[in-house]
Design a protein around this ligand. Structure first.
Ligand code: OAD
Length: 251
C-alpha cells in the first residue's frame, strides 16, 4: 500500500458505531469481473449492457438475454472473492453495527462471508418467474431457453433489476435507513451515476456521517468530513481494516 492512510480515517473506522458500505462493480474488478463501464468482450462485444438489461430486450428476445446472463453467471461462478471482499467480511465482524449495500449482482460478498448484503440490483445466481415473481436459486435445464417456471410454465427471467425497473422496495428502504443512521459511510468501486444508489453517500453525509470514497476515478471533493482514496479496493480495504483493527478478533 503506497499511499499512507490518514490517521483520522483509521480512528473514525476504529471508533465507528455504525458503518454503512455501498459497493459497485469496482470491488469485483480484481476478481476478474468487468465493471459496467468496461467494454463487453467476445460474443457480447456487439451489445451494450444497457441494450440487454431491459424488460424490452427480454420481451423481444428472451433467449438472447437469458444466455447473456448465463454467460455472466458462468464467469462469476469461476471468479473468487478478492482481498477487498474479505476485508469487508472482516470489518462486519469487528464493528458494533455494519450494513453492506451492493449494486453488484455477482454474489461475491456472500461468498466472502458477509452475512446479509442488501442486493439493490438483484443476484445473478437467482432466477424468478416472469409472471408470478417466484424466486428460484436452482432450476432444471430444459430444451427451451429460458426454461419454464416449474409452477406455472411462464418463462423464467434473471432475478436482476433491469434498466427502467424499480428496485426492490424492502432492500431500498433498508439502504436508506442505514444511510440516515450510520456515522461512517464507505462508497467503494462505484461511479455513482445510477440512482437511487448514487444518492446514498450524499444522504449519509448530509446527516453528519463521515464519507469515504474509494475508486480509480478523478478525485471528487465532497467536503470537510470526507476522504477520497484513489486506490484499488483490493489493496486499500485490507490496509484500512488492518490499521483500524490490528488485533485478531477475540475468540
Ligand atoms: P461502473 O462500471 O459504473 O463504475 C466502476 C467504478 O469502479 C469506477 O468508479 C471505477 O473507477 C471503479 N473501479 C474500477 N476498478 C476498481 C478497483 N480495482 N478498485 C476500486 N475502484 C475501482 O460500475 P457501478 O458504479 O457499479 O446498474 O455501476 C452502477 C450500476 O450501473 C450497476 O449496478 C448497473 C449499471 O447500470 C443496473 O444494472 C441497474
Amino acid at each position: 500500500m503506497d499511499t499512507p492512510l490518514p490517521d483520522d480515517l483509521i480512528e473514525a473506522l476504529r471508533t465507528t458505531r455504525h458503518v454503512a458500505v455501498l459497493t459497485g462493480a469496482g470491488v469485483s474488478a480484481e476478481s476478474g469481473i468487468p465493471t459496467f463501464r468496461d467494454a463487453q468482450t467476445g460474443l457480447w462485444a456487439q451489445y451494450s449492457a444497457q441494450e440487454l438489461a431491459t424488460p424490452e430486450a427480454f420481451h423481444r428476445n428472451p433467449r438472447l438475454v437469458w444466455e447473456w446472463y448465463a454467460s455472466r453467471r458462468e464467469r462469476v461462478t469461476t471468479a473468487q472473492p478478492n482481498p477487498g471482499h474479505y476485508a469487508l467480511a472482516k470489518l462486519e465482524a469487528r464493528v458494533p453495527r455494519f450494513t453492506l449495500i451492493t449494486q453488484n449482482v455477482d454474489g461475491l460478498h456472500l461468498r466472502a462471508g458477509n452475512s446479509d448484503p442488501i442486493e439493490l440490483h438483484g443476484n445473478l445466481m437467482r432466477a424468478r418467474c416472469s409472471v408470478e415473481g417466484t424466486v428460484f436459486t436452482s432450476w432444471a435445464a430444459h430444451e427451451t431457453v429460458p426454461p419454464p417456471c416449474p409452477n406455472c410454465g411462464a418463462l423464467l427471467r434473471p432475478d436482476i433489476v433491469w434498466f427502467g425497473e424499480a428496485l426492490p422496495s424492502a432492500a431500498l428502504n433498508r439502504a436508506w435507513t442505514a444511510a440516515k443512521s450510520c456515522d461512517l459511510f464507505l462508497s467503494i468501486g462505484t461511479s455513482g451515476v445510477v440512482e437511487p444508489a448514487a444518492s446514498l453517500p450524499r444522504i449519509a453525509y448530509n446527516r453528519g456521517a463521515t464519507l469515504v470514497l474509494i475508486n480509480l476515478d478523478v478525485a471528487t471533493s465532497v467536503g470537510p468530513r470526507s476522504f477520497y482514496l484513489n486506490a484499488r479496493s483490493g489493496v486499500v480495504l485490507p490496509a484500512l481494516v488492518s490499521a483500524a483493527f490490528p488485533q485478531p478478533a477475540s475468540a
